[in-house]
Ligand binder design. Structure first.
Ligand SMILES: NC(=O)NCCC[C@H](N)C(=O)O
Length: 400
């Protein structure tokens, strides 16, 4: 029986999965940053310093920090895992047979740590040891033979724990799809996670972790918009009901825009009965309540819509889910939402990590009794993700 378990957004955080950004960020250029889902070209060294500050803040508060690259390197000592993640790279139809052979030989020569680095940082034509053939000849030396994964930084999206099971998600954007081949391999092959049941797998209907909020034990909110699709929410709900991981799933439509790509870009929990929410959506956010019949758990019952806050309080069986009113004027609110002011990571009830630049949102949180641990994020934030996006909790105390 695994000791990994998460059924809350705010229970004391025990263990978290992070990815310290590395060479993959140095691949970003003004020509590719849009397709790689970054809004600028981050200063890599500073982004690493900012990330180290984040990780240290968590450790100082007693949180165990695991890194994707270390777990991946350990996982890749196992031949079956190595074969799987390599196959995912070689299946890329853009390679063609000749170049595929060269890439296969290149990867086969790498030790587990080197392979982990290459799978994350990608590989340019210039870095490939051997070449030849039509595809290779027609490539520019800076073209990618293996695409980099700069968004692996946002570990929240590629896996999410629900109770004692893990959902390896199905990422919507092409630039992020391969991330889940890595998390999938870690959760199925790494000895630390041996025997962990998977409640969701890549390849299913689109579902991203940033859209999944564990409002209370047994109660999930799932945002549907640019990334997670209603069919993904439906599949997750059905599986969670069948496995006894949830009794209610609130499905929350969000605008299909970059600024609100996930539910956690507009709303995160900061106490057992409180959320910080982007004021410009607070009055319009709605939820459909999905439950099941007692006799047939796979038969979904849908009701609503209702204001999100009302539906959430009912499902959580509390009188009121408080919205921390940031009280900001619409322009400041829009600026701070863009810079992930609403994307806080709770370390425990009323204790959260937030980007320092969102001065007004943070001040309001403090006025409402929430302690804010401020971290720098000017470089990290160029990928449009904050502390919650950059963390995947693996162990949390229950807040029930
Ligand atoms: N949960 C989140 O909101 N994650 C942020 C993801 C940012 C990333 N650049 C993306 O577009 O997917």
């Amino acid at each position: 029986m695994s000791f990994h378990h998460v059924d809350s957004e705010v229970g004391r955080l025990g263990t978290v999965l992070l990815h310290r950004p590395g060479a993959e960020l140095a691949r970003l250029t003004p020509r590719n940053n849009d397709s790689l889902l970054f809004d600028g070209i981050p200063w890599v060294g500073r982004a690493q310093e900012e990330h180290d500050t984040f990780a240290q803040a968590l450790r100082t508060h007693g949180v165990e920090v695991l890194y994707v690259s270390e777990l991946l390197a350990e996982t890749l000592t196992l031949p079956a895992a190595r074969q799987e993640v390599t196959r995912a790279v070689l299946d890329d139809v853009r390679l063609g047979d000749t170049l595929r052979g060269h890439v296969a030989a290149h990867l086969a020569a790498l030790d587990p740590a080197g392979l982990a680095t290459t799978l994350i940082a990608g590989l340019s034509r210039a870095e490939l040891r051997a070449g030849g053939g039509l595809v290779h000849t027609l490539m520019d030396r800076t073209d990618f033979v293996i695409d980099p994964l700069p968004n692996l930084l946002f570990t929240r999206d590629s896996s999410v724990w629900i109770g004692g099971q893990v959902a390896v998600t199905s990422l919507a954007m092409h630039a992020r799809r391969r991330e889940t081949t890595l998390t999938h391999a870690i959760y199925r092959h790494h000895p630390r996670f041996s025997g962990t049941p998977l409640v969701y797998e890549p390849g299913l209907e689109h579902l991203e972790g940033g859209d999944v909020l564990l409002l209370a034990p047994g109660v999930l909110a799932v945002g549907v918009g640019e990334r997670t699709r209603p069919a993904g929410a439906e599949r997750l709900a059905r599986r969670c009901f069948e496995r006894g991981l949830a009794h209610t799933v609130l499905v929350v439509p969000i605008a299909q825009e970059r600024a609100t790509m996930h539910l956690d870009t507009v709303c995160t929990m900061v106490d057992v009965d409180a959320v910080v929410m982007y004021p410009n959506v607070a009055s319009t956010l709605r939820a459909w309540t999905v439950t099941s019949t007692d006799l047939q758990l796979d038969e979904l019952v849908v009701s609503g819509p209702e204001p999100f806050i009302v539906a959430a309080a009912k499902a959580m069986r509390i009188d009121t889910l408080r919205i921390i009113d940031t009280g900001l004027d619409p322009v400041t609110a829009e600026r701070e939402q863009w810079d992930d002011g609403n994307n806080t990571l709770a370390i425990g009830p009323r204790l959260c990590v937030a980007y320092e630049r969102n001065t007004e949102t943070n001040a309001q949180l403090e006025r409402h009794g929430i302690e804010v641990i401020r971290i720098p994020g000017s470089e990290l934030g160029s990928g449009r993700g904050g502390p919650r996006c950059m963390s995947a909790p693996i162990v949390r105390a229950s807040s029930a």
